[in-house]
Design a protein. Structure first.
Length: 158
């Protein structure tokens, strides 16, 4: 089966340095991941994120407990980074995160390329179900980012 692709962009009304710093802190990943995944970071190889950093997560996908290990394969502070699954449910999972200045704030881009494992699971009927999961996860993430990184309302004038 060929690789599948998901792409999305979102403008966050904050400076790029602040938005990138939020994404550079792995602890924030838990706050923007849907609760139904029960996502938890359980190990990391470095204190600060950089090329080669690895993170081990535990989560539940459709009730099944999974361990997922990802590695940062490209780290360009303020601009982009790539995390790739080293161990987990996919034959391939590569997530490019991009950050650029845009009108009204920072444009955050996501480009996820994935491939399902095994011939049976890679059958074309499975891809739409996985795509639906990915879209639901990113829709949740979009809403959480809107809340977490929203520009605070101005206080009362005195």
């Amino acid at each position: 089966m060929r690789d599948q692709l998901f792409e999305a962009e979102q403008t966050i009304p904050r400076p790029r340095s602040e938005v990138f710093a939020f994404f550079a802190d792995p602890a924030n990943l838990e706050s923007i991941t849907p609760p139904w995944l029960r996502f938890r970071i359980v190990a990391r190889t470095t204190a600060a994120v950089r090329d080669g950093s690895e993170f081990t997560y535990r989560l539940r996908l459709h009730g099944l407990p999974l361990t997922w290990v990802s590695r940062i394969t490209r780290w360009e502070p303020g601009t982009r980074f790539v995390d790739e699954q080293v161990r987990g449910p996919y034959a391939l999972w590569e997530h490019l995160h991009t950050f650029r200045d845009g009108e009204g704030g920072t444009v955050v881009g996501d480009r996820v390329r994935w491939r399902l494992p095994l011939a049976v699971l890679s059958h074309p009927f499975a891809a739409p179900f996985v795509r639906r999961d990915v879209e639901r996860i990113f829709a949740f993430r979009r809403r959480r980012l809107e809340k977490l990184l929203a520009v605070p309302a101005p206080g009362p004038r005195t």
